[in-house]
Write a protein that binds this ligand. Sequence first.
Ligand SMILES: Nc1ncnc2c1ncn2[C@@H]1O[C@H](COP(=O)(O)OP(=O)(O)O)[C@@H](O)[C@H]1O
Ligand SMILES: [Mg+2]
Length: 311
Amino acid sequence: MSVCSVVRESFRSVNLVYGKGGVGKTTFALLSGLCLARAGRRVLIVSMDPAKHLPGYADCDCVNRTVCIQGDRLCLEQYDVEEDARRLGEEYATLLRRISARLTVFNLDNLVEVVMDAPGLEEEAYLRRLMRVYEEAERYDHVIVDMPPTGVALRIVRLPRLYTVWLDALIGVRERLAEARAMLARVAGGDYSDPVLEKLRALRSRYHRVYEEVRSNSTTLHIGVATPEPLPVQEVEMVARTLSALGAGLGLAVLNRVLPDELAEELRVVEQQRVARSRLGGVAEVLVEVPYLGRPTKSLADVEELLRLAG
Ligand SMILES: Nc1ncnc2c1ncn2[C@@H]1O[C@H](COP(=O)(O)OP(=O)(O)O)[C@@H](O)[C@H]1O
Ligand SMILES: [Mg+2]
């Protein structure tokens, strides 16, 4: 089966592309986006790859904004996490200033700077962008997310579960407090509802929703891309293991930059390609192969040529 027909058959509403840097995640996101757009579907590609190659490949001014091409069927956005993480840091700093106004243990002047260096700020920004992807998915047939480097990508898909557990504990504490207050209010002949508790419950339900969606086989397709070398293949295997611990699975593996038999023999990489094929096939439901173009794919025209080669 051709790459395009596999893409058209297996892609779901949200499609997350993982893989080691340089294996062809952004290229495959574009290739599959083009396949789907040509079949008349409306597609959004969000690249969270900090290498930020999408604007160059697609020649679009699409950093933190959506630009649509191909008769508006293929929309592109390069997400810039730094800008968002800074904004998030400022939000937290304002909050901290408010709640610690009477505390002298904090040096307020340094607060913003310190918060900017807080671990996890970028992950939180990525997660919020991913949550927006699930909201935007209603307006497109498919959203393709070119994920950040594997370590970060796996943390952001796991974060909603952690947040849900934390929020459950917080909600428990707050519920006991609210119950006591409600009892006092009843004694005084009134009633009491806790606005904080409502906020916590709303937050929990948002994180729980994305947790369920990331695990849902009918909403999300997880895709691992590798070139035929051992390390990129190992990284896809690790993605598959992490997803399976989360109750999800790798729906599609892409073996990119595959050389034709003759050339592979000449370069003595036949065995390496065979091993990569078999290992990737072992961890994903479906495996597709994308040939090597013979030169780096640098533009949309190159990706279109790759598409003709891949069928
Ligand atoms: N099938 C292919 N044939 C030729 N060059 C490719 C192919 N896939 C990717 N490349 C090239 O490999 C490099 C890395 O691809 P890219 O999609 O940017 O990787 P990633 O997004 O995983 O970092 C780029 O120079 C790209 O043009
Ligand atoms: Mg990339």
